[in-house]
Ligand binder design. Structure first.
Ligand SMILES: [Zn+2]
Length: 477
């Protein structure tokens, strides 16, 4: 009689491919799925009756800024409580490695921590730190272009010279050999906005030498020039023959609402000849560093942290500006370095992006004491609000965007599908109850309906919360 470590019986299996759910069992041994479907006759050290619950591959959060949090809060409850079993760090051009800063931190590198948090001269050093004290989730890392610039340039407010590009190319090549999944850029931020397309193409060509590597981008504009920015992104992908991922696709500011009809049709046309994907978080407010040049289009801004004025966190920028009798821009300048939540996107654009077949889910959460609710709520919000309540997606399609699609885009073999031989990254949830509970006033509330979460066969979330099990692995191609 076959035996296993863990057996789920009577589960509603949603396998991650988009295929229709079916009822069945799933057996796990040594962190892998060993049987699926009919497991009658199997003996198990532990059996979970999953009647009425969905068993799906654990979710892959493709857009995170968890680089430091994985080491400082290894239980990663913000993620495991949503059913997330793998995170991709190093997005938006900023990765914690490879960099030991000697000239301070150009913005937005503070999103990942202080100068002292940047202590990994190589991706291999960061990987070893994670392997020495594994977090509860698996980790993949993108290599950030702004991080490379901060390491190779004393002044990041200009284009890199040929020598600096060569230095960045060498660092990037090593970082990708050390396990980086690809390169990310953040071309709208101070650290990289002076980089011309040619600089990015040069580094994208280095990336393309590594099989399976990709290019992800927080584009040069998500505002008035968003259409041109999509054009630049597609051009970089074509020039370097590299798959591209457009990060947190959005159109900021009322006069840009609706432009996703244009950007998505550009992407659809490009898909005939090149590999393009997107990610999105399911909210119409964004969150990032607070900069004077970012305040113009927002209808409301909540300050979430300020180094010189920590007591102003959780207040509206307009109230702070009124107290100080200054403009919003001036208040933003005085509060910096700071972070904020900006209410500035359109629900129609969000739904259009979320429905695109190449769109994955990425929380884009910025860990901290007063985060945007997306840090804790993104995945259950898609499952509960957008799939169940609004019917925008089938549950199977929503799960596909969180599992098999990101596993194939980021090149994570053996994950993202319920299949024999695959890693036992699993989430058990109640399809009628699953919903986000984090909001703008209580942003750190765990979601409802996520019953149990397993990473490499080890339980990391359950009825008593995070288990803290050191189950995660470093993911590479
Ligand atoms: Zn970004």
């Amino acid at each position: 009689m076959p035996s296993c470590d863990l057996l789920f019986t009577n589960a509603t299996l949603i396998d991650g491919t988009g295929a229709t759910r079916r009822t069945g069992a799933l057996a796990v041994t040594d962190g892998r799925i060993v049987a699926l479907g009919d497991c009658s006759g199997w003996q198990a050290a532990r059996t979970v009756d999953a009647t009425g619950h969905v068993l799906a591959p654990g979710f892959i959060d493709v857009h995170t800024h968890d680089d430091s949090a994985l080491l400082s809060t290894p239980a990663m409850a913000a993620k495991t409580s949503q059913g997330v079993t793998s995170v991709i760090a190093g997005n938006c051009g900023i990765s914690i490695a490879p960099l030991t800063p000697t000239h301070g931190l150009p913005q937005p590198l503070m999103l990942l921590g202080e100068v002292s948090d940047y202590r990994f001269p190589s991706v291999a050093d960061y990987r070893r730190a994670l392997e020495a004290s594994p977090p509860s989730v698996n980790v993949g890392l993108l290599v950030g272009h702004s991080t490379l610039r901060a390491g190779a340039m004393t002044d990041t407010t200009r284009a890199a010279t040929a020598e600096e590009i060569e230095a960045m190319a060498a660092m990037l090549d090593q970082a990708l050999s050390d396990g980086g999944l690809g390169m990310s850029t953040g071309l709208s931020y101070p650290a990289s906005r002076a980089a011309p397309t040619a600089e990015v193409v040069a580094l994208a060509r280095v990336t393309a030498r590594h099989p399976g590597a990709i290019y992800t981008t927080h584009m040069r504009s998500e505002r008035d020039q968003v259409i041109e920015a999509v054009g630049e992104t597609l051009e970089i992908g074509r020039e370097a023959a590299l798959p591209v991922v457009i990060s947190h696709h959005k159109c900021i500011g009322r006069k840009n609402f609706g432009k996703t009809t244009v950007t998505l049709s550009l992407i659809d046309k490009a898909l005939a000849t090149q590999d393009v994907s997107l990610d999105v978080y399911p909210y119409t407010a964004s969150s990032t560093v607070l900069l004077p040049e970012f305040v113009g289009e927002a209808e409301r801004i909540i300050v979430t942290s300020s180094q010189p004025y920590p007591e102003q966190a959780r207040r509206d920028l307009s109230a702070i500006a009124a107290d100080w009798n200054v403009s919003l821009e001036e208040a933003a300048a005085r509060l910096g370095p700071a972070t904020a939540i900006y209410f500035q996107m359109d629900e129609g654009d969000l739904r259009r992006v979320l429905s695109h077949p190449r769109t994955m889910i990425g929380s884009d959460g910025i860990p901290g004491p007063y985060p945007h609710p997306r840090l804790w709520g993104s995945f259950p919000r898609v499952l509960g609000h957008y799939a169940r309540e609004l019917g925008l997606l089938t549950l199977e399609d929503a799960v596909r965007r969180m599992t098999s699609l990101p596993a194939s885009v980021f090149g994570l073999p053996g994950r993202g599908v319920l299949e024999v031989g695959y890693a036992a990254d699993l989430v058990l949830f109640d399809p009628e109850q699953v919903i986000d509970r984090a909001d703008y006033t209580q942003p750190c509330e765990p979601s409802a309906g996520i019953e149990a979460v397993y990473v490499n066969g080890v339980q990391v979330w359950g009825p008593d919360g995070a288990t803290g099990a050191a189950a995660g692995q470093f993911l590479r191609h």
